[in-house]
Design a protein around this ligand. Sequence first.
Ligand SMILES: Cc1ncc(COP(=O)(O)O)c(C=O)c1O
Ligand SMILES: N[C@H](C=O)CCC(=O)O
Length: 428
Amino acid sequence: MTQSEQLFQQARQVIPGGVNSPVRAFRAVGGNPVFIKSAKGAYLHDEDGNRYIELINSWGPMILGHAHELVEKAVSDAIQHSFSFGAPTRREVEMAELIVSMVPSIEKVRMVNSGTEATMSAIRVARGFTGRDKIIKFEGCYHGHGDSFLIAAGSGAVTMGVPDSPGVTKGVAQDTLTAPYNDLEAVRRLAEANKGQIAAIILEAVAGNMGLVLPAEGFIEGLRALCDAEGIVLIFDEVMTGFRLSASGFQGITNVKPDLTTLGKIIGGGMPVGAYGGRDDIMNCVSPAGPVYQAGTLSGNPIAMAAGYAMLSHLKDHPEVYTTLEATGTRLEAGLRAANAKAGKHYTINRIGSMYTLFFNEGPVTDFETAKASDLKLFGAYFQAMLKRGIYLAPSQFESLFLSTALTPEHVDAILAAHEQSLAEILA
Ligand SMILES: Cc1ncc(COP(=O)(O)O)c(C=O)c1O
Ligand SMILES: N[C@H](C=O)CCC(=O)O
């Protein structure tokens, strides 16, 4: 038995399903999850001494690769002053100023401890601000595990076959209306049928939790116009895309500005952090400035703030990070397409910057339905074939992969060699 097998056996006795987040259990791809011991740069090392090239990067945060010295130093310096105070600190003011300076639509920001907390809080504020109850979300978008979002949810929820989770009350579920991603007409119909009742439209402007799906031309602009016309709060969930697609996230590469933005992942540099922010008048509803309650014992945690501040300042001062990531993504995408064509397959590859998904589906993949048409059995075989060759992919078709600046052209070539061999193996 390997160390990972032994640990998984132990884990199942004391942790539900043996993992602290469902997608880690490898249920969608079979086999035993790999237990990680350490990581540095572009590599993960497991408990059995195997090394993998990293394409998940902790589901996004490690944009500079693992254990980057800047973040490492910031954390070790911060630790000298204790780990949590539950009181205001200089660093959290600086962190808020930094976020506000980098994301133009954010005038005020509140730190929380996860992306889930950020999205839950953002819709509460939108409801408090508008005095309305309903929200619109998109099928296959995932906004964490808050009750209101576990309706037609992507990511681990669809991977485990529970996009509508038991445990969410009918009352909560009926306040979440869903539309197919990229279907503006469907959203307009919902808004018309529920006139004056919709507090917010929340979306992953680039969806990463049904696999990567890009917004169709005019979709985001149409949502903005609809929200303006109907007094609906537009929320971009940038937990994945924030500071990844540009130094100001997805909104840095489009003209559309949301009213509220949710953040997570990169802003903690790998520490557990989330944030939500946006228009001054909306954010002033948050307690103690206003009546909408939201709190947190560990919110603005000094270690997390130090890690996040080091990460964001680096991204702000080094725009070349994004050019490097684009070059890595371009090289990888071109190689994957060439290998697929050589194998006689024209699988869809959706990519933007350092995020991409290879769908086992000839596509196009433009929404949840088309993503679900992928050959999941083949994906599972591909995942295992790549893992065996030392490439660590997300263990589900319904996820994006994340590149880091630690990946060199040589790493990309190693990934492409493994890809070609894996395709040959699974298609034989
Ligand atoms: C777009 C998006 N929103 C929200 C979340 C929830 O974040 P967390 O897992 O930190 O609660 C995630 C990831 O899980 C995400 O990808
Ligand atoms: N897609 C999720 C976050 O981005 C995957 C992480 C998780 O659910 O554990």
